[in-house]
Design a protein around this ligand. Structure first.
Ligand SMILES: [Mg+2]
Length: 283
């Protein structure tokens, strides 16, 4: 993949060492804002999005940290999905890559203009026709998925096509046709984004970097931390660094990123959150 703008090789840092650094970053500031992606960051990547669950200890760590910091989840998932996953936790939820925000008190707000509903309807029909031809291939997870592993996730305000379960040899030319269908439906307000085994059409203004800047603008005294694993997180990782905070990449391979530091996996993110909550509780 193309290296993100401003990319470097993030330095690997042990979670407890990084926690001490982030706690020190807050010193002299009024607050700490910690924003985290969900999939691949707080939750190991699953074969299908609906099978993903939080890493062990993640909910408890988020609850502990929320006692000392503003904690936000910034995810590509829909708002109802995030509300289920983080039920009972005092978190800000930013859904669909920055389209909508729900504050801890339950207030919701739009952060970006939505897609044209007529174009979305046309896309749904076109994808259904396109993927109806794929039924000769069986899903690899034992669920005998009738779509040959293709999974259309309709978020209402965005449409994602997942292909993690599609055998490599069956990917093309369907993947190219899916990409064309999404691009045709983008119109003037949409944008097609590629992530890990997913192609997604979403509102062009819904972007994690802009979302993080909006959250940070509401807390101008905060030291800003963003934790994420995928290329859709890169604008937010870059924004955290540009705001004088820290971008933390979740990655064990040492790939280039706008983030300055990295931790290996969701388990390391949980360890980081636990250590950070402990450091903040000591003042
Ligand atoms: Mg992710």
């Amino acid at each position: 993949m193309t290296a993100p703008e401003g990319a470097r090789t993030p330095a690997p840092v042990a979670p407890d060492v990084l926690a001490a650094r982030l706690a020190a970053g807050r010193t002299g500031r009024g607050a700490l804002l910690v924003a985290l992606d969900h999939d691949g960051t707080l939750s190991p990547i699953a074969p299908r999005p609906d099978l993903a669950t939080l890493a062990p200890g993640a909910a408890e760590a988020l609850a502990a940290l929320a006692g000392h910091a503003d904690v936000a989840i910034v995810s590509g998932r829909g708002l109802a999905d995030l509300e289920r996953r983080f039920a009972g936790l005092p978190l800000t939820l930013v859904s669909e890559h920055g389209l909508r925000r729900r504050d801890p008190d339950g207030t919701t707000a739009a952060l970006a203009p939505a897609l044209d509903p007529a174009l979305l309807d046309g896309l749904r029909a076109r994808l259904a026709a396109l993927l109806a031809d794929q039924r000769s291939t069986e899903g690899t997870d034992g669920t005998a998925d009738a779509s040959g592993g293709w999974l259309v996730e309709d978020k209402g305000v965005a449409v994602a096509v997942h292909h993690r379960l599609v055998p490599d040899e069956a990917l093309e030319p369907t993947l190219g046709a899916v990409r064309t269908a999404l691009e045709d439906a983008a119109g003037t307000t949409g944008r097609v984004q590629e992530g890990k085994a997913v192609l997604e059409l979403r509102p062009a203004g819904a972007e994690k970097g802009a979302a993080l800047r909006t959250l940070a603008a509401a807390r101008p005294d905060a030291f800003v931390v963003m934790v994420g694993d995928d290329r859709t997180d890169e604008p937010a990782l870059a924004a955290a660094e540009a705001l004088g905070g820290v971008g933390v990449l979740v990655d064990a391979t040492g790939r280039p990123s706008a983030a300055s530091v990295r931790v290996d996996d969701p388990a390391a993110v949980v360890a980081l959150l636990v250590a950070l909550a402990a450091a903040l509780s000591r003042g």
